[in-house]
Write a protein that binds this ligand. Structure first.
Ligand SMILES: *[C@@H]1O[C@H](CO)[C@@H](O)[C@H](O)[C@H]1NC(C)=O
Length: 354
């Protein structure tokens, strides 16, 4: 009997592969990297970006600074096959708008270390480090969510930055892979966090109730997590994090504990529907250092299925974020872009020169 079950397991795995493979083929970067022709990188080399005269000198001289140099701006971003094109564009955008691009240090979280060579080929002078994120760290903690993309282990890597990065890195900007920065990132870096651990643009008019289930709100013990604070929604795709405080307060464990509550309750007793966001809200909402909304003009992804396009929120723009299910590269490739997708295109390094 057991072998029958094993066989049927194998068969269904094979079927999943067959069903999935057309969609893999439809995404060229993933396919190009998957192929053995690794020398043929699918990305063009970015132009060289150098510091203006007034930039702080970097200690360490030839060979580059160590990651502990105090004049560095630290940015963490994930790299995976599916969003690679977006991550590369995000890096490109940061460099292009920085007065001191050589002082920016990137921390890339990956599941597959071979992406390091690709980063090097696109950005020969970039200061960066690649970290392998062990998906086992979160596998037992992830529960199914409304959108499968939200269940990817790398989505949860932001929970572990304080563990993964060198202890001398005391502050980091976390950026999603579906955004471009159109202002000098050192302004975001200089954010005053006061006594807070996390800084992000807050949205206090958003209906906070909807991020958690009825079961959560009806359980006095659970909902009591928010007592004594006025929680507001914030988007976890752009955060300035004080890693010292994060480490001191054990924020990773606190996030994990909420993930355990969600997972432990089983499907009938979920306390939220989304992926990595709600535990962040549970731990930090109401205790977030507010950052100007210009640093996260979010929601531009809209919805690919319904073909809806979003407009910018009123006010100035320092960062454009295609959060939501539609991504600018996919829409541009299919010749059905939203108007704002054309603002993403100049940072795209995929393929031959346009
Ligand atoms: C907020 O969302 C909850 C849950 O979706 C809903 O029941 C409630 O009516 C909403 N409140 C407002 C003011 O829209």
């Amino acid at each position: 009997m057991l072998w029958v079950m094993k066989l049927s397991g194998l068969l269904s795995a094979a079927m999943v592969t067959v069903v999935l493979s057309p969609s893999l083929q439809s995404f060229p970067p993933a396919e190009a990297i998957r192929s053995s022709r690794l020398r043929q990188f699918p990305f063009r080399q970015a132009p060289a970006f150098s510091n203006a005269d007034q930039c702080a000198a970097i200690v360490g001289g030839v060979g580059g600074p160590g990651v502990c140099d105090p004049s560095l701006v630290h940015i963490a971003i994930t790299l995976d096959r599916e969003y690679l094109r977006g991550s590369v564009a995000a890096v490109h955008s940061v460099l292009q708008h920085s007065l001191c691009p050589e002082n920016v240090f990137f921390h890339f979280l990956v599941l597959e270390p071979d992406l390091e060579a690709l980063v090097r080929s696109a950005f020969p002078n970039l200061r960066f480090k690649v970290y392998s994120f062990n998906p086992d760290r979160v596998r037992g903690l992830i529960s199914s969510s409304v959108r499968q993309a939200l269940e990817q282990p790398l989505n949860y890597a932001r929970n572990y930055l304080a563990d993964i990065l060198d202890p001398c890195v005391r502050r980091v900007i976390y950026l999603d892979s579906d955004l471009v920065v159109v202002d000098d990132v050192s302004k975001l870096w200089a954010t005053d966090l006061g006594s807070r651990t996390v800084g992000a643009p807050e949205y206090c008019h958003a209906n906070f109730t909807k991020y958690f289930t009825e079961r959560f709100w009806s359980d006095r013990k659970l909902a009591g997590a928010f007592s004594g604070r006025r929680p507001c929604y914030f988007n976890t795709g752009v955060m300035v994090i004080d890693l010292d405080r994060w480490r001191r307060f054990g924020s990773t464990r606190r996030i994990e504990r909420w993930m355990q509550v969600q997972k432990g309750g089983g499907d009938g007793a979920r306390i939220y529907e989304l992926g990595s966001l709600p535990p962040f809200l549970l731990v930090f909402a109401g205790h977030v250092a507010p950052i100007d909304h210009r640093w996260n003009q979010h929601g531009l992804g809209g919805d690919n299925v319904r073909g809806s396009c979003r407009d910018l929120h009123p006010g100035p723009v320092s960062l454009l974020h295609w959060s939501g299910s539609g991504k600018p590269w996919a829409r541009l490739d299919s010749d059905r872009p939203c108007p704002l997708d054309h603002l993403w295109a100049p940072y795209d390094l995929y393929g031959p020169s346009p």
